[in-house]
Design a protein around this ligand. Structure first.
Ligand SMILES: Cc1cc2nc3c(=O)[nH]c(=O)nc-3n(C[C@H](O)[C@H](O)[C@H](O)COP(=O)(O)OP(=O)(O)OC[C@H]3O[C@@H](n4cnc5c(N)ncnc54)[C@H](O)[C@@H]3O)c2cc1C
Length: 393
């Protein structure tokens, strides 16, 4: 019942930390209340796990302190992740924007981490509920499986997203118990819900996907957008959701690669008798054009539209304003924004500045990546630096 290190949370960050501390000769106990380790890895990236990103840098993360993640990301880089995967024989491929996925299955990633835990004598106890933590020179972890004692306690309980998969606020509770500040949490990388008239008019577009640039609060993402039965989703919307505040509109450029005004002039000269919706249907999904024209422009031949009319069409297509009612919240969010305040942690070791032996790693910390493999890179990097620090202390 006595270990050098206890890690609460057998997800990406907890497993990584366990392996690194175990490699350095520490006795490690990894506790989790779920019946299976690393469930989020298993479902990630559509079952193929987008495990890192070739271009990962601090710019891809949100945090009250945007510099905090730099140290860990520099000490365990995306290339270190690649080497770890390759040395275990996991085949991978690159998709757009430098996203790296497993060729076969996310299960290979979990198998690799569990095998490394066995190699490094890490004890894993699943289906263990934590009741309370008591601090003395070390820590007592009271659970329904008894009381476990350790010198170093690592909290790797992740965020609040997808409670059905075992997400809880235990990590924040432990942080508060020891006087650490919590940056308010919110659902990130999450679809939007539309309500009222907007929903009524757009729900007929469910299933349409198209490349757009979505912008809000000085951030822009050029990716695909998807209309759903409840609202809007797709990578562009998930990305911008991490920056959106309730009550704000999202600016959507429906034709980011075309100068619509110049293109309309050309069409007017060559095909003036055609209606706007006919010509637009050649460059945008037809159902979207029908809806959009009905809302925003007169259904007239191009030749009867003035320059001012064409200006309006072009500017509406390049900057369509859509106001979501809300996000879908933690139920479907990929990540949780906010978390344990980085001001309370060492960026080199992830140890609490004022509580000797207490560490926070992974998503429970106020470091949240964009979509594209960045969140796992943070889990690997923060788990690695904490594991090394504990192993060398
Ligand atoms: C659907 C989905 C797809 C995703 N796809 C990707 C992707 O492709 N690429 C990417 O980079 N990121 C992806 N993410 C985000 C990524 O999964 C997380 O950022 C990452 O898993 C965080 O790792 P973590 O170890 O900090 O937390 P988690 O992986 O969430 O692990 C936390 C662990 O703590 C345990 N735990 C929680 N509360 C308690 C408690 N009270 N007692 C005991 N144990 C507890 C949980 O059971 C869990 O095992 C995805 C997320 C979701 C939801």
């Amino acid at each position: 019942m006595n270990y050098d290190v206890i890690i609460i949370g057998a997800g990406a960050a907890g497993l990584m930390c366990a392996v690194e501390a175990g490699k350095r000769g520490r006795s490690v106990l990894l506790l989790d209340h779920a019946e299976k380790a690393a469930k989020k890895i298993l479902i990630s990236g559509g079952g193929r796990c987008n495990f890192t990103n070739l271009y990962a840098s601090a710019d891809d993360f949100l945090s009250q302190n945007p510099h905090f993640c730099k140290s860990a990301l520099a000490r365990f880089t995306q290339y270190d992740t690649l080497e770890m995967f390759e040395s275990y024989g996991i085949a991978w491929h690159e998709r757009e924007h430098g996203q790296l996925f497993c060729d076969e299955s996310a299960k290979q990633v979990v198998d690799m981490l569990l095998e490394k835990c066995v190699e490094n004598h890490v004890t894993i106890k699943l289906q263990t509920s934590i009741d309370k933590i008591v601090k003395h020179t070390g820590f007592d972890v009271h659970s329904d499986q008894g009381v476990f004692t350790c010198q170093s306690l690592v909290v790797a309980t992740g965020g609040l997203s997808i409670p059905k998969m075992g997400a809880t606020g235990l990590g924040y509770q432990i942080a508060r118990q020891f006087g650490l500040n919590i940056i308010e949490t919110e659902a990130g990388l999450v679809p939007f819900r539309l309500t009222g008239k907007t929903h009524e008019s757009l729900k007929a577009l469910a299933g349409i996907a198209l490349p757009v640039v979505a912008s809000c609060n000085n951030q822009s993402f050029g990716e695909a957008m998807l209309f759903t039965h409840r609202g809007i989703s797709g990578p562009a919307m998930l990305q911008i959701s991490s920056y959106w505040q309730a009550g704000q509109s999202i600016c959507i450029n429906l034709l980011p690669d075309l100068d619509v005004r110049a293109w309309l002039d050309e069409q007017k000269v060559g095909r003036g008798k055609q209606h706007v919706r006919t010509v637009l249907s050649e460059i945008l999904p037809k159902r979207l054009v029908l809806h959009w024209c009905a809302q925003y422009i007169p259904d007239k031949p191009l030749q009867s539209l003035s320059d001012a009319d064409l200006d309006v069409i072009a500017s509406e297509l390049h900057a369509w304003q859509l106001k979501p009612a809300a996000t879908e919240g933690y139920r479907t969010a990929e990540v949780t924004l906010g978390g344990v305040d980085t001001a309370c942690l060492s960026s080199k070791t992830m140890q609490a500045r004022d509580v000797q032996g207490l560490y926070f790693i992974g998503e429970v910390v106020d470091v949240t990546g964009h979509l594209g493999g960045f969140n796992f890179q943070w889990a690997w990097a923060s788990g690695y630096v904490a594991g090394v620090a504990i192993g060398s202390s």
